[in-house]
Design a protein around this ligand. Structure first.
Ligand code: PLP
Length: 340
């Protein structure tokens, strides 16, 4: 009896896929990792992880960073000169969720692009219109296009290789550098059933997170060409992101890479959650990956009501957001729905 009460009140945590904890396999790999001083000598497990991610994404070189925010920040610092304008889709993580580092540290002036190409991305023609060409000396310089796939605040919306290629071509034609915030690019590749490299081809820099759906406790990877990664390593050190026996952390990342295929289960769970919510008359779009957004009159009040039922969610962009991940099962989703 007491046990069933306890079980019934266990919180089903759908706030984010960042809450995933390293399991015993991952912890064992961390404990047994071959390590060295990454700042002095390039830790061997760090090097192995960086090589693996560079290979997967189809780039020459890669750099482990402690967070996705630092990966994006380093990329923007490499691409932007003070006062340069950069383009990013509305509600992009680099615009609203990184405490203004794009301006504070990278010196860029953000310009948000509408989602007129579909959820989370602009049309290529919008990029061309916004970027313009080289004008007279007194015109503002626009130098970077920063895209996001999947787009978090657009509900984990994914776009495929053809659209990506059009956006890259538009940026290139206008002389822009291209950065991709691919925090959940793994989810896009699994959902669209395409090689992840096809979603990154032609970018100058790409940031991918190991600490979200793939379940590592910490870490992202920035990929680029070898020269830029050399510079990125210097900037990481400037930011205090150089770590010593980082192999302990990189080992978790290597295990995380074995789990890309598992994301399909998260996507199925997100779809089941959305379906169940719709049956209960919620206004929910069909998720493309692992993020479910619900439109409700008062998102903060709804999140508080859900919390009282033992279902944890958050508000983003004026909606209620649920994220499925490897630490919630299909049975947990059924249980969450039954509590509603
Ligand atoms: C989570 C996230 C990041 C940043 O990752 P942190 O490791 O939390 O700093 C960047 N971009 C997007 C789209 C994200 O969802």
């Amino acid at each position: 009896m007491e046990l069933s009460v306890l079980v019934a009140h266990r919180t089903i945590d759908l706030r984010s896929d960042t809450i995933t904890r390293p399991d015993s396999v991952m912890r064992r790999a961390m404990a047994e990792a071959d390590v060295g001083d990454d700042v002095l000598d390039h830790d061997p497990t760090m090097a192995a992880l960086e090589e693996a991610v560079a290979g997967l994404l189809g780039f020459e070189s890669a750099l482990w960073v402690p967070s996705g925010s630092m990966g994006n920040m380093i990329a923007l610092m490499l691409h932007l000169q003070r006062g340069d304008r950069f383009l990013a889709p509305e509600h992009a993580h680099v615009l609203g969720s990184e405490l203004g580092t794009a301006a504070w540290l990278a010196g860029g002036m953000p310009d948000a692009l509408p989602h007129d190409g579909g959820p989370g991305r602009p049309l290529a023609s919008t990029v061309r219109a916004k970027a313009g060409g080289a004008g007279p000396y007194f015109t503002l310089r626009t130098t970077l296009l920063s895209l996001e796939n999947t787009h978090n605040f657009a509900g984990g919306a994914a776009f495929g290789p053809a659209e990506w290629a059009e956006l890259v071509a538009a940026g290139r034609d206008c002389g822009l550098s291209i950065h991709l915030d691919g925090a959940r690019l793994w989810n896009a590749a699994v959902a669209l059933d395409v090689p992840i490299a096809s979603l990154a081809a032609g970018a100058d820099t790409v940031q991918v997170c190991l600490s979200k759906g793939l379940g590592a406790p910490v870490g992202s990877v920035l990929v680029s060409d070898a020269d830029r990664i050399h510079d990125a390593r210097r900037v990481r050190k400037m930011l205090g992101g150089g770590v010593r026996q980082g192999g302990v952390l990189a080992a978790a990342g290597l295990v995380a890479l074995d789990r890309i295929g598992d994301l399909a289960a998260d996507h199925a769970n997100a779809s089941a959650l959305a379906g169940g919510l719709r049956e209960r008359n919620w206004d929910v779009a069909e998720p493309e990956t692992n993020i479910v957004l619900a439109s409700v009159p008062d998102p903060a009040a709804t999140v508080a009501e859900l919390d009282a039922l033992g279902v944890a969610a958050v508000t983003v962009a004026g909606k209620v957001r649920f994220v499925t991940h490897r630490d919630v099962s299909a049975a947990d989703i059924d249980e969450a729905l039954s509590r509603l």
